[in-house]
Design a protein around this ligand. Structure first.
Ligand code: NAD
Length: 478
């Protein structure tokens, strides 16, 4: 359930407030500012599917925020509380997210009012196919116009159904697979897409901890090793972020908050076991590896070094912002902090790595998948073995020199193995994602530190991306 209190601006209004704060510092003509702010269109569809002996009617949305670049891009969310306001807010965030990470897309988002847990796989496939049909026939799914991806409540399976439905309706479109991203590998997907958003959160934190000034601003020290982390939502994004930060950076996940409560362990939770428990039981209650906390939301306020909200919007709002103890929050979810809470946290000196940057790993790897589909070849296929043979040449030559000159150097087997291996698709995707997350963070932090009137990374991120969108509109003569 979305939990934005009634006395606070809606999610869309919050995003607009954040946009307005940044736009006020820019030299945009009022007309252009308004053009960039507004959502271009929202299509609402109601369709019926015959299920369990009766016709069930579903309501779906596809919003297009900005078409300064096409196709437009953005996920499709399945949740009972999906509504126009939310979809438009998410579409708008997509515009700025794509601009910030230089993915050449406009912003869009879709949603279906449904609780996917109420339907079995076959039923969900039929519902998805019918929803896709409604969008495809209006070009709201199309490789050159509008390319969806997974979001909350959807995943590879739904994306494969959408791709298949598009192909059936466009039998001569050779680029049909590029109509949607986040597909399974065997249906035109790319290695590393499922993990991408969580992986991006990890890369974002790694980049943050490369800048001593930023670490100090958050009142932290050192690196990710040993940092205590709270994760809300152990779904696709939260699970991967938690897993990588624990296994590869030595952080400790002390709390996981889910729908039915939270689970806590000061020594660090076993993330795989917890995930398996959630999949098996639907929640964190009765998990053996930690203490259960009935009031899950209260765990957002626990002592920690980093808080990762990775579930849904509005969870940090005026009702709890003042009690949040985390000095650093990274918004893995979209819009987890309301505009009011953002002000409170800034006053307290909390550093927030904003959603438009923090969860952009998904759209970045979606961009790679779209390029892969259009080029009809997997990344690395042409150069991998050639790269390996060139490395082998160097290694052989070094070993020969060592032998012939009697120096007696030996290359460690570990070095040789790593150096000799050419990059496959997964390595290339991770490298492209890492580069993207580093570059985008650097663009944001430069503005944050260079301008005295920019108080936080969120405003800096908006400034960078609005300027890019504006430049693109101006280039079109607007
Ligand atoms: P998901 O459906 O895989 O996971 C969401 C998780 O949050 C689930 O485990 C669910 O049980 C939990 N949850 C739901 N309501 C909760 C509540 N009230 N309290 C605590 N936990 C709750 O979704 P996801 O794809 O991981 O997306 C999570 C967030 O990340 C969303 O805001 C989404 O827009 C954003 N996001 C996702 C992607 C992506 O690639 N999947 C990309 C960018 C942003």
């Amino acid at each position: 359930m979305a939990s934005i209190p009634a006395n606070e601006p809606s999610f869309r209004q919050s995003v607009e407030l954040m946009f307005n704060r940044a736009a006020a510092l820019m030299d945009l003509s009022p007309g252009l500012e308004e053009k960039i702010r507004v959502c271009n269109s929202t299509y609402v569809v109601r369709f019926g599917v015959k299920l369990r002996g009766e016709i069930k009617t579903f309501t779906g949305y596809r919003s297009v925020h900005s078409e300064h670049m096409e196709p437009v891009k953005g996920g499709i969310r399945y949740a009972p509380n999906v509504n126009q306001d939310e979809v438009e807010a998410l579409a708008s965030l997509m515009t700025f997210k794509c601009a910030l990470v230089e993915a050449p897309f406009g912003g869009s988002k879709g949603g279906l009012c449904i609780d996917p847990r109420e339907w079995d796989e076959d039923e969900l496939d039929r519902i998805t196919r019918r929803f896709a049909y409604e969008l495809i026939k209006r070009d709201l799914i199309n490789p050159s116009q509008n390319v969806p991806a997974p979001d909350m409540g959807t995943g590879e399976r739904e994306m494969a159904v959408i791709a298949d439905q598009y192909a059936r309706m466009n039998t001569t479109d050779i680029n049909a697979k590029a109509c949607v991203t986040g597909k399974p590998i065997h249906a035109g997907g790319i290695q590393g897409r499922i993990e991408a958003t969580g992986r991006g959160v990890q890369y974002a934190l790694r980049e943050f901890f490369r800048h001593p000034e930023d670490i100090k601003a958050a009142n932290l020290s050192g690196d990710l090793e040993g940092k205590r982390i709270i994760v809300q939502g152990l779904g696709n994004v939260g699970y991967h972020a938690a897993l990588f930060l624990r296994d590869e950076d030595g952080a400790k996940i002390t709390h996981v908050i889910e729908r039915d409560g939270a689970v806590h362990n000061d020594q660090g939770l076993d993330i795989e076991a917890l995930r398996a428990h959630i999949v098996a039981t639907g929640g964190v209650r009765d998990f053996k590896g930690g203490t259960f906390i009935e009031d899950g939301a209260s765990a957002l306020e626990a002592e920690c070094d980093i808080l990762i909200p990775a579930a849904l919007e509005g969870v940090i709002n005026l009702s709890n912002a003042a009690r949040i103890k985390a000095p650093l929050i990274i918004e893995a979810a979209n819009g987890p902090i309301t505009a009011g809470a953002d002000d409170v946290l800034r006053e307290k000196g909390v550093v927030i790595i904003p959603d438009l940057y923090a969860n952009a790993g998904g759209v970045t790897v979606s961009y790679f998948e779209w390029v892969k589909n259009l080029s009809h070849i997997r990344f690395g296929r042409m150069q991998r073995r050639q790269e390996e043979s060139r490395h082998e040449l160097i290694v052989n030559e070094l070993e020969r020199l060592s032998r012939d000159t009697g120096i007696g150097w030996t290359l460690s087997p570990d070095f040789k193995q790593k150096y000799l291996r050419g990059a496959g698709e997964l390595e290339l995707v991770r490298s492209g994602l890492d580069d993207t997350m580093r570059t985008a963070y650097q663009a944001m932090r430069e503005v944050w530190h260079d301008r005295h009137d920019v108080p936080d990374l969120r405003m800096a991120g908006f400034l960078v991306s609005i300027a890019r969108v504006a430049a693109s509109y101006r280039a079109k003569g607007l």
